[in-house]
Design a protein around this ligand. Structure first.
Ligand SMILES: Nc1ncnc2c1ncn2[C@@H]1O[C@H](COP(=O)(O)OP(=O)(O)OP(=O)(O)O)[C@@H](O)[C@H]1O
Ligand code: SF4
Ligand SMILES: [Mg+2]
Length: 334
């Protein structure tokens, strides 16, 4: 049994808003439970707006209004035992960030200060998180880290706008991993990069994961990237995880109708056949459908689907799915 490094239980993270005296809730992450295993590459996939970034921010303890935690636990395994970060104060979470868990945010170009040379951004960052370290030591750490990742030291003397998009992303990745975090979350790390540059950035992430044996969580809607580099995939739909399992099982035997669509819409090299796109659009998370949230778009719907919510059930070998048609062995419930 692989060792768990993060355990997420019944997590609920909602956006709570008020306008003209009317309260509005966006059920962005709703009753989500899963585990992240030590040393794995886990993919979190799903269409835009299904809650991937909200889930990621919550896992990092970046929880600012209008986002609120409405229930659940996120337990990290550390040298001091299991810690539920949702029970910690902001200052205590800050001590864990970048060292236990780290983040390569969506649109990460914004992390680099356009007015500062790369070396100044690195120095500010190290100084802020390791104030007791002397200048010579942290300059050495920065240089060693860049060299170990195969990045040229010349970048340190450049401004962000002098770097290509791919190099800027590599530098951001280097910055986020300088303290050798145990778990790295990369939110859409290759979006907006062309295919060749994408490959280089993914290889860099894999290299970091291999070198340090840490855990990598790749968040994104691009199923071909998940197919290429992940060990396991969690599929999100409308604020919930609807299928999770080993990548090979998800691709060879997708169980949820939504996963089948996602994989069916994956372009294959040389295959010019028409790909079925998913009919309809994802629901508003301010007013999600009753029962199974996929039911308005589901080709396999049965009577119970709009009335009750299907639980996430293990079928085989850690492969879990939330669908009445699968957990009942394909029997109709009508
Ligand atoms: N600051 C916010 N205030 C209110 N609602 C928000 C906020 N940020 C996100 N949401 C809503 O929460 C839901 C989940 O959004 P989230 O950004 O987590 O999705 P995502 O899966 O990361 O999407 P994408 O693939 O586009 O990055 C969406 O309905 C979104 O509109
Ligand atoms: S539970 Fe019902 S609506 Fe939901 S995916 Fe399964 S068959 Fe479709
Ligand atoms: Mg996102």
């Amino acid at each position: 049994m692989p060792e768990k490094i993060v355990t997420i239980e019944n997590l609920k993270a909602y956006y709570l808003m008020e306008s003209y005296g009317i309260n509005r809730r966006v059920y962005a992450v709703d009753e989500v439970s899963f585990e992240i295993f030590k040393g794995e590459i886990l993919g979190i996939a799903g269409e835009s707006g299904c809650g991937k970034t909200t889930l990621t921010k919550t896992l990092l303890g970046i929880i600012k209004p209008p986002l609120y935690i409405m229930g659940g636990e996120i337990r990290y395994k550390t040298l001091d035992g299991e810690i539920n970060i949702l029970a910690l104060q902001e200052e205590e979470i800050k001590k864990l960030r970048w060292k236990v868990m780290s983040y390569i945010p969506q649109g990460s170009m914004s992390v680099l200060n356009p007015l500062r040379k790369i070396k100044d951004t690195f120095q500010d960052f190290v100084e802020a998180h390791q104030p007791e370290m002397d200048k010579i030591t942290f300059n050495n750490i920065i240089r060693e880290h860049l060299v170990s990742l195969g990045l040229p030291l010349e970048v340190l003397n450049l401004y962000p706008h002098q770097l290509s998009g791919g190099m800027r992303q590599r530098v951001t990745i280097a910055l986020s991993t300088i303290f050798k975090p145990e778990v790295i979350f990369a939110d859409e790390p290759t979006t907006a990069l062309d295919v060749v540059v994408q490959r280089g950035v993914l290889q860099l992430l894999q290299k970091i994961q291999k070198q340090a044996g840490n855990t990598l969580v790749i968040i994104g809607h691009d199923m071909s990237i998940h197919a290429r580099i992940t060990n396991r995939i969690a599929i999100m739909y409308a604020g919930k995880i609807i299928e999770i399992g080993e990548t090979k099982d998800i691709y060879n035997n997708p169980l949820h109708p939504y996963t089948r669509y996602l994989i069916g819409s994956l372009p294959r090299i040389g295959d010019k056949s028409y790909k079925t796109s998913i009919p309809g659009t994802p629901p508003s998370l301010a007013n999600p459908p009753t029962g199974c949230r996929f039911h308005p778009r589901c080709p396999d719907i049965i009577d119970i689907c709009s009335k009750e919510e299907p639980p996430l059930v293990e079928i085989k070998n850690g492969h879990k799915v939330a669908c009445f048609r699968v957990s009942d062995g394909g029997q109709d419930n009508e």
